[in-house]
Design a protein. Structure first.
Length: 521
């Protein structure tokens, strides 16, 4: 597939661009329509190993035959970055089924929620993931490393741009996480923003990588699938722990020229005083970068970091691009071609002042809706606009992020819903009530902090705090457990019984203002 952006005149691209989707569209075909001998994926597990498009297609076809999926079946993928992970998604899409990425750091409760909600009967995983799935004996588990028989080419089943292709779960602020259902147009919908944030990705010699896991929309649709669609080699090398020295070695070994670094990764590179010359583009998204970080990026990389903006429901809607226009510190960038952005006031009218950032219906990467949740889908829209839940201002075409209008916690590039963690803590026999917020943190942007009311007969202690942390980490997810726990006699509540998280955030800020906390972390 050729690049959608053919030149660097942003205003002209915005004026000329129109979404064009053929009646027959399947993301697997988009990703595999390249010279079979060309490199598709470079796997790196100590040494680089190239996987050609021909080899990736053969892996995809073998998995498609093994799946035996019917149209519309939901199939889970519990894997990290690898060629087999890409082949799993492609095989599911070829079969006209729906893929559901699952995170390897999920605990059994987080896994069960998504398996049950999506009605997943089959999961493609790896040897480690098989052990994680043992509590779910009714699942059909496929481990490609065990060996899959050779098979004839699999004929892609006919799908269109709005046929279901993937469910990616969001971090919900109230209730359980919601599954954003996307059609086969979602990959095309990502390309303008991806190309823009990498200064016209698809130039000769480009090779792209991200430390972000492919279980999230940022890793999967900001890097892996766009890279394949554009014929840009994608490096698969998920690091168990982010290591600046290992990143430098990976760039050297694989010839990486384009990287999406979450802000936390950039902060760790900066703290290590790491310089990485020779890159052509560095993009970042998840939370805004400040002037200091952008200035450091110019010194460390020899280029300007391009920020981008979006969310699971409609991603890659705005970006900076040093090749297209001057980067404005404090601003995310400008709307990507094909996306109309506006700021709405409390009446849902477009305003020149601060308000709710919104995206006009019809954008290529916009979800079909929340999976089996029409009420939540309807609540996401105000007329022709999808409301992001973020507040901002648009000045001279530049989008400036002001703050979140919801309670989602942004930590180390992950968007974490407090309700899921609160529910997990409430399952511990010592906990009567729990309120979870994001506490400002210089490295992670925010850390997860829990305020807990104990049941009668239980006393606060450092040991109990550590036990609750371990419980949350084990049952929910290793990336979202509370790094700090404080005990209260009562939580601030509304008259209808909802936790007043804004009051908890005031408590957290007061703790910061008072100096270092002795709360276990």
């Amino acid at each position: 597939m050729s690049r959608l952006l053919s030149h660097a005149d942003h205003d002209r691209l915005r004026a000329e661009f129109r979404w064009q989707f053929s009646a027959r569209l399947n993301m697997a075909d988009q990703c595999l329509a390249h010279d079979p001998a060309a490199v598709a994926i470079i796997e790196h597990d100590g040494n680089p190993h190239p996987v050609s498009f021909g080899e990736l297609k053969a892996m995809t076809d073998r998995l498609a035959h093994a799946l035996q999926s019917s149209r519309g079946d939901r199939v889970g993928i519990l894997r990290t970055q690898s060629a087999w992970t890409a082949a799993a998604h492609l095989a599911i899409w070829k079969s006209a089924a729906t893929s559901v990425p699952l995170f390897k750091l999920f605990g059994p409760e987080a896994l069960e929620l998504r398996l049950r909600d999506a009605g997943i009967g089959t999961v493609i995983t790896d040897p480690d993931g098989r052990a994680m799935l043992e509590p779910f004996p009714d699942l059909r588990v496929i481990v490609p490393e065990d060996g899959i028989p050779e098979a004839a080419p699999f004929q892609t089943r006919q799908t269109g741009p709005d046929d279901p292709a993937i469910i990616i779960y969001t971090s919900g602020t109230t209730g359980a996480p919601k599954g954003a259902l996307h059609g086969h147009r979602v990959l095309t919908g990502h390309l303008p923003g991806v190309e823009m944030s990498h200064d016209l990705l698809g130039q000769p010699g480009d090779v792209i990588w991200t430390p972000a896991d492919w279980a999230w929309i940022g890793g999967l649709f900001d890097v892996a699938m766009p890279g394949l669609a554009l014929g840009v080699p994608v490096v698969a090398a998920r690091m168990p722990k982010f290591d600046p020295a290992a990143v430098a070695a990976l760039i050297r070994d694989c010839g990486i020229r384009n990287i999406f670094f979450p802000p936390t990764a950039l902060k760790m590179l900066k703290a290590a005083d790491m310089e990485l010359p020779g890159l052509r583009s560095v993009a970042s998204g998840g939370e805004p970068l400040g002037t200091e970080m952008l200035d450091w990026g110019r010194r460390a990389f020899g280029l300007t970091i391009n920020e981008f903006y979006g969310q699971t429901e409609c991603n890659m809607v705005a970006a900076s691009s040093g090749a297209m226009f001057p980067v404005r510190p404090g601003a995310i960038g400008k709307a990507a071609p094909g996306f109309d952005l506006a700021v709405l006031d409390t009446d849902g009218q477009v305003t020149d002042g601060e308000g709710d950032i919104a995206i006009r219906r019809g954008a290529g990467s916009m979800m079909l809706g929340y999976w089996q949740n029409p009420q939540a889908t309807a609540a996401k829209f105000r007329g022709d606009w999808m409301v992001t839940g973020d507040r901002g201002v648009i000045e001279d075409g530049y989008v400036r992020f002001v703050g979140r209008d919801d309670d989602v916690i942004t930590s180390a590039g992950y968007r974490i819903g407090p309700s899921e963690i609160e529910d997990c803590l409430l399952r511990h026999p010592a906990v009567a009530q729990a309120g979870v917020i994001g506490k400002p943190d210089p490295l992670r942007t925010e850390i997860v902090k829990a305020y807990v009311v104990l049941r009668p007969g239980r006393a606060p202690s450092a040991e109990l705090a550590a036990e609750l942390q371990a419980h949350a980490r084990r049952q929910s997810a290793a990336h979202s457990y509370p790094r700090e726990i404080a005990f209260l006699d009562a939580l601030p509540m509304t008259v209808t019984g909802k936790v007043m998280r804004r009051e908890l955030r005031k408590l957290a800020q007061a703790e910061i203002d008072a100096g270092p906390s002795e709360t276990p972390s």
